[in-house]
Design a protein around this ligand. Sequence first.
Ligand code: ADP
Ligand code: MG
Length: 212
Amino acid sequence: MSTRSFDSLKLAPAQLQNLADLGYREMTDIQAAALPAAMAGEDLIAQAKTGSGKTATFALPLLSKLNPRDFGTQALVLCPTRELAAQVASEMRRLARYQQNIKVVVLCGGQSIGPQIGSLEHGAHIVVGTPGRIKDHLRKETLSLGRVSTLVLDEADRMLEMGFIDDISAIIDHTPQTRQTLLFSATYPDDINALSQRFQKSPREISVTAFV
Ligand code: ADP
Ligand code: MG
C-alpha cells in the first residue's frame, strides 16, 4: 500500500468507496503530510496554497468523528468570505455523502438572518460561515457551540487581514477547550503564530509550500 493511499488512514470503508467515486485516487501533498496527525486528533497549523486539497484535510477527520444522531453542532468551519464558505460547504457535502443525514448549514453575512435561524432550528452537525455572522447568531443565541469537537480556521491569514481577530476570539470562547483546532493559512505571518499560540495545543506544524 502506498503512503499516498487513503487506505492507510483509519477511514470507514464507505468513505473509502465515496472517495474513489469522487475521483480522489491518492492524497495530495498536504493531505499526505497532515491527515495522519489530524485523524489522530492532533491540532494542526498547516501552510499550503490554494487548490492543494485543504478541504478534505479537515473534512475527513471531522466527519470520521461525527455522531450523526447528535444534531448539536459538532464542527465549526470559519472562512473569510461567503464564496469560500459556499465552496467549503459544497465540498464537505460531497465528502459526507457516505453517511446518511449529515446536515451542513452555511451562515454568512449579506443574506437575511431569518432563514438561517430556521435552518438551525432542528440542529446542524456542521456549521460553515464567516466570523461576523456566526457572532450574530451567538449573540441571538440561535447557535450553540458547546458541543463543538472540531474547529477549523480556513484561510486564517485572510481572516486576520480582514480584521476578524476579535470576532474569531469571541467565537472560540464559546467552544469547549477540549476541541481539536485545525488552522490553515497560505502565509505564516507573526499574527498567525500569535493566534495559534492562543488557541491551539502543541499544534503539529506542516508546510508543503516547498514541494509545490
Ligand atoms: P484548497 O482548499 O486547498 O484550495 P480544495 O480542498 O478546494 O483546495 O480542493 C481543490 C480541488 O481538488 C477540489 O475540486 C477537490 O475536489 C479536489 N481534490 C482535493 N483533494 C483531492 C485528491 N486527493 N484527489 C483528487 N482531487 C482532489
Ligand atoms: Mg479552501
